[in-house]
Design a protein around this ligand. Structure first.
Ligand code: AMP
Ligand code: ZN
Length: 493
């Protein structure tokens, strides 16, 4: 399996540190507001990477932090007259809730910065003792980039060029403008913890590093985040790990491309964002996932609602195919000999799985993997149309199960439960089909049979009354090659 490594600028064979096991970490959100769909794209990419590694048989341990102390949280708390802890609690919960709605698997370990102060202080002390960090006059502790010859190794930046080219925050406590805070001395009214260097709070770059060391051990296999984290966040993380423990933080560094609107990165500061919540309030999670997965995770993704509308239809088309396959399997009238059509579908099933795996093995090419799914759907639809009422139960089931299995790897559920049919169908069937039972699905079958019978006898009045009764319940009769059935009227085909 090939994985693109930001550190080496190329795809490399994935070689886990421990055979059969992957330890991975993805930087979590700063919890001061609802996350936007750009953030969600990054979390989705790593959710699918994780799902695929599990599918391949790896035992994956996945950790993700919550940055629950930060300037943005403190600012919001001050504006709203609340404590920083209250703001962080609200948006940690909101984040977890939206991740669940979006079908993102919970991490195995979810450390919170405010509960890991001791681990961070231990790491900072090691860095001070080794001469890689210094305590400034005001009680801040800084990492000294000049003390680290390898600084710049991840992002491929050279400190001298950086100094010449980039504007950096002026801070008279720092010895070098690129030195970064490991510990920030407390300001009045801010949350703080006691430390050997005075009251204060940890710096952002210190958090992830200390948590990875504590919960996963260094190095880990995969470390991920959005491309905007390569510098300085991940550069700083890896510098700390290398200097503190003499080990790289991760063997493979993976970064997702930015989600953009109108060619610009979606971000809170530009104000051009949609929250994940507002999008999921209007659109099904599966459609949002499908839309995002149609672009490779390393490429920029240009988001627009027109494409999302298209994705809603695509997911429906995939689901309808699985539904039709299962329905054909249940209603196969005769188990026919395996003929040309069955051989073709059998081959399409094997080919789809092989293509899916080949695409995902190539640095998680989800758009190629989706193409493999679409190819199977096309083959399955053709088979169903050709087979009419004589579909093979075994093959239609195998095709449906394969589609559902591959969908699951992408976290897109294709084997949704059969639509619940309304119980009023029973009354209708009593009226028109002399039905005496109490099951909505039996009643539906009885009504469809009665309607067919009435049409055969050119009894149009009765046939139309049955249809109208069915329509009045929000259902439509659908006549397919293999027979008739009911579906919800607004259920786009
Ligand atoms: P933050 O809370 O800003 O640290 O962001 C959380 C995650 O979302 C990080 O991995 C960021 O790199 C990522 N991210 C931020 N903006 C975007 C974007 N427009 N597209 C994709 N990922 C993003
Ligand atoms: Zn991080």
């Amino acid at each position: 399996m090939l994985v693109y490594n930001t550190r080496t600028h190329r795809k490399q064979e994935l070689k886990p540190i421990e055979e059969g096991k992957i330890r991975m970490y993805v930087c979590g959100p700063t919890v001061y507001d609802q996350i936007h769909i750009g953030n969600a794209r990054t979390f989705l990419s790593f959710d699918v990477i994780r799902r695929y590694l599990i599918y391949k048989g790896y035992q994956v341990t996945f950790a993700q932090n919550l940055t629950d102390v930060d300037d943005k949280i403190i600012n919001r708390a001050n504006e709203e007259g609340r404590t920083a802890a209250e703001v962080a609690e609200e948006f940690s919960n909101a984040f977890i809730q939206q991740m669940h709605r979006f079908g993102i698997m919970d991490p195995d370990i979810r450390p919170r910065a405010t509960r890991e102060i001791e681990a961070m202080q231990q790491m900072i002390q090691i860095l001070i003792d080794k001469g890689n960090a210094y305590v400034a006059d005001n009680g801040d502790v800084y990492f000294s980039v000049r003390s680290d010859d390898a600084y710049g190794i991840l992002s491929g930046r050279d400190l001298d060029q950086l100094r010449a080219g980039e504007r950096v925050e002026v801070n008279d406590q720092k010895r070098d403008p690129f030195d970064f805070a490991l510990w920030k001395a407390a300001k009045p009214g801010e949350p703080s913890w006691p430390s050997p260097w005075g009251e204060g709070r940890p710096g952002w770059h210190t958090e992830c590093c200390a948590m990875i060391h504590r919960y996963l051990g260094t190095p880990i296999d995969l470390h991920g985040g959005g491309q905007d984290l390569v510098f300085p966040h991940h550069e700083n993380e890896t510098a700390q790990a290398m200097c503190a423990w003499g080990k790289p933080l991760a063997n493979y560094w993976m970064h997702t491309g930015m989600l953009r609107v109108n060619g610009e990165k979606m971000s809170k500061s530009l104000g051009n964002f949609y929250t994940l919540k507002e999008v999921l309030d209007k659109y099904p999670a599966d459609a949002v996932r499908l839309l995002m997965l149609q672009t490779h995770y390393r490429s920029a993704l240009d988001f627009n609602f027109q494409m999302l509308e298209g994705a809603v239809g695509t997911v429906e088309r995939l689901r309808t195919c699985v539904k039709n396959l299962r329905w054909a399997a249940n209603n196969a009238q005769a188990q026919n000999e395996l003929g040309e059509g069955e051989r073709a579908l059998g081959q399409a099933i094997d080919q789809a799985r092989a293509d899916f795996v080949a695409q995902m093995d190539d640095d998680f090419n989800t758009s190629g993997a989706l193409a493999a799914i679409f190819a199977l759907v096309t083959a399955a639809n053709k088979y169903l149309a050709d087979a009419g009422g004589n579909a093979s139960t075994a093959l239609t089931l195998r095709a449906a199960d394969t589609l559902a299995e591959l969908g699951d790897v992408l976290g897109i559920s294709l084997s949704a439960d059969e639509d619940e049919l309304p119980h009023e169908l029973v009354d209708l069937a009593r009226q028109y089909a002399s039905y005496e039972g109490d099951s909505a699905s039996e009643a539906a079958d009885a009504l469809l049979t009665a309607r067919q019978e009435a049409r055969k006898q050119k009894n149009w009045g009765v046939a139309d009354s049955i249809r109208d009764g069915i329509n009045a319940l929000g259902l439509v009769c659908e006549d397919t090659a293999a027979g008739s059935r009911l579906r919800k009227a607004n259920d786009n085909k």
